[in-house]
Design a protein around this ligand. Sequence first.
Ligand SMILES: *Cc1c(COP(=O)(O)O)cnc(C)c1O
Length: 362
Amino acid sequence: MSTKRAFNFCAGPAALPTPVLEKAGLELADWHGKGLSIMEMSHRSADVVAVCDKAEQDLRDLMAIPDNYKVLFMQGGASSQFSMIPLNLMTGSGKADYIVTGQWSKKAWQEAKRYGNAVVAASTESNNFSSAPSQAELVLSPDADYVHYCPNETIGGVAFDYIPDTGDVPLVADFSSVLLAEPLDVSRFGMIYAGAQKNIGPAGLCVVIIREDLLGKAQACTPTMFDYKVCADNASMYNTPPTYSWYLAGLVFEWLKDLGGVDAIAEINHRKAKRLYDYIDNSGFYANPVAIANRSIMNVPFTLADSKLDKLFLQESEAAGLLNLAGHRSVGGMRASIYNAVPEEAVTALIDFMADFARRNG
Ligand SMILES: *Cc1c(COP(=O)(O)O)cnc(C)c1O
């Protein structure tokens, strides 16, 4: 099959691998000869449970998730986790540290303040979120219930180049835009979560990976659907889970495994990002504002020499089949999100277009 596909640089919902969409298309109305769609089947049926279990196992294999961690498939995107985390975990001292490096970690902190003493352990807002703080700059409280941070800020394209050391305090991380992009030592974290629509699957689904000893600590008022222990005890099927999204995530995990896993995709991701940053830095026309050490390998914001050219750039890039290059509405400029499913040819085509545009307008 050869589906005609544009190059999609959307930050989210983002590109999905073409082979995954083709397989889902073939199976849409008649899944494995059963005469119905997977999305029309009971979530309690053996078939759906097998699909869901396999997705979890493939994710465990891809990330080498230790046995003392639960994998939960939850709903409400990553943003619902901003409430679930304090409800479930800010229950010892009632205090938690938040590292603020962009709009997502700021939102997480603001939401947590509704539930307890959410303290800013470091913030880079004063430099317009263009870097991440060093370990030495983190002001951590030894009695915090957890430390929260966002390893890859999707809007600013700002990434940590290290995993914060929080001693015995559990580290909670919003990996929405960088999960499965490169290898990760899960054992360094109390909890990892990621909204699916960047590197995993359709929007709405959120993957949560949580150490077992952090379950069962939720505040009494926690909504049943928001309680990690309830979710874990019911294998993420306390209510009807988003079975189709879960199935699609499973197809993405299979695709990634076939490709050689996270090590293989990481090599491609680093090559894609390096080529784009190198081009931007040497262009004399485009610029990226992020500190070199903190540049994201997934989200690459850039500005043009003259912002009056932005509109033309977006019109012409779209006409050339390079879609969704506008920066976030809050920051303007451009942003190319080059997630796992964005092929290397897309980056080549983007650089060629950028060079041609600069030649004609520089
Ligand atoms: C996209 C994103 C979110 C929000 O995800 P929703 O599923 O829309 O709630 C949160 N954090 C990060 C880092 C993101 O990239």
